[in-house]
Design a protein around this ligand. Structure first.
Ligand code: UFG
Length: 322
């Protein structure tokens, strides 16, 4: 199979590319390098610099005998999406529509789409399964949900088969060191913990210690990007065998609190992390964990790289020599 990985130079995309290459797929990366970097490219994969907002560019890439796509390109900072919804509407909605229309024109009918736990909004029960009501509480989650709806219509009307993967908290780095690019201006917990560990920032601010959780800090389901990568490869193989469209959670079902992440990091890297408690961050649910049984049933997928030790040590490998 020849797969166009759109956004393949990014943090998750580069790990997806590695997983597809491992399964002997032919890969072309399409990326505008706005947040992705050439450091994340693999020599075995062809690279096209292009933008999904440019219809002719994405169409030309799809016309190169592509069998399927993985669509990761998009904006993903929750906070920013609330301040600048226009940017998110433009990139995450218009961009996806361009890709879908170009797929129809180029006769490509298999798509793996990166969605998010953010589509669920405030949990009504835990762990979240795929039938939990979807009611995003931020604009980013709204764009992901709308895209899933577009995919359903393009499946029904144009026969594009898709697997939409709802990632929980993506963390970690390739353990073999093949992904070289560090995310710039990270907004997420673990990279910020790492920056506190190396002295790039004074201290970590823990947003809220009065949540109704075991230690008062928020609980999340942290999933290693190598596990995300293998799910994409399995999802492509599933569609290639004629599988029906699916929406699948990708998580571990294990929740870790912010304080547990900090304590475990201190233990794994042998350094103190300076932190202080700060007010709650608006829009943070107390707890998010995934029921990921459906991904196992449909794809035979399981998380095997997502122990906290592995998540932390693979991330530390990227930071320790900065
Ligand atoms: N946190 C802090 N201090 C920080 C950063 C984060 O205490 O400096 C806390 C947050 O309050 C939250 C937890 O650490 O409780 C994790 O926060 P992240 O920002 O790393 O991740 P989120 O859970 O907010 O969101 C992530 C992705 C979203 C995705 C979501 C799905 O960034 O794109 O997971 O679960 F939608």
């Amino acid at each position: 199979m020849h797969i166009l990985v759109i956004g393949g130079a990014g943090y998750i995309g580069s790990h997806v590319v590695k997983a597809l290459l491992k399964r002997n797929m032919k890969v072309t990366v399409f990326d505008n390098l706005s947040t992705g970097t050439k450091l994340n490219l693999f020599p075995q994969a062809k690279f096209i610099e292009g933008d999904i907002l440019n219809y002719e560019q994405i169409l030309a890439a799809l016309k190169q005998n592509v069998d399927g796509i993985v669509l990761l390109a998009g904006k993903k900072a929750v906070g920013e999406s609330m301040l600048n919804p226009m940017k998110y509407a433009f990139n995450n909605i218009n961009g996806v529509i361009n890709v879908l229309n170009a797929m129809v024109e180029a006769n490509v009918n298999k798509a793996i789409f990166s969605s998010s736990a953010a589509v669920y909004g405030m949990p009504q029960y835990l762990p979240l399964d795929e039938n939990h009501p979807v009611n995003p509480i931020n604009f980013y989650g709204f764009t992901k949900l709308e895209t899933e709806r577009f995919l359903k219509w393009y499946d029904q009307l144009k026969g594009i088969k898709f697997v939409s993967l709802r990632y929980f908290n993506a963390v970690g780095y390739d353990e073999e060191g093949d992904v070289k690019g560090l995310e710039e201006n990270p907004q997420n917990l673990l990279p910020i913990v790492m920056e506190a560990a190396i002295g790039k920032r004074d201290k970590l601010k823990i947003f809220g210690n009065d949540y109704p959780t075991r230690d008062g800090t928020c609980i999340r389901d942290y999933i290693h990007v190598t596990d995300l990568g293998s799910a994409h490869a399995l999802a492509l193989e599933y569609l290639d065998k004629g599988g029906e469209s699916q929406i699948l959670n990708l998580g571990t079902s294990v929740g870790s609190s912010v304080l547990e992440m900090v304590n475990k990091t201190q233990e794994v890297i042998g350094k103190k992390i300076a932190y202080e408690f700060a007010p709650r961050r608006p829009g943070d649910p107390a707890e998010l964990t995934a029921k990921a049984d459906k991904a196992k049933e449909v794809l035979g997928w399981e998380a095997t790289h997502s122990s906290l030790e592995n998540i932390i040590s693979s991330t530390w490998n990227m930071y320790k020599n900065l």
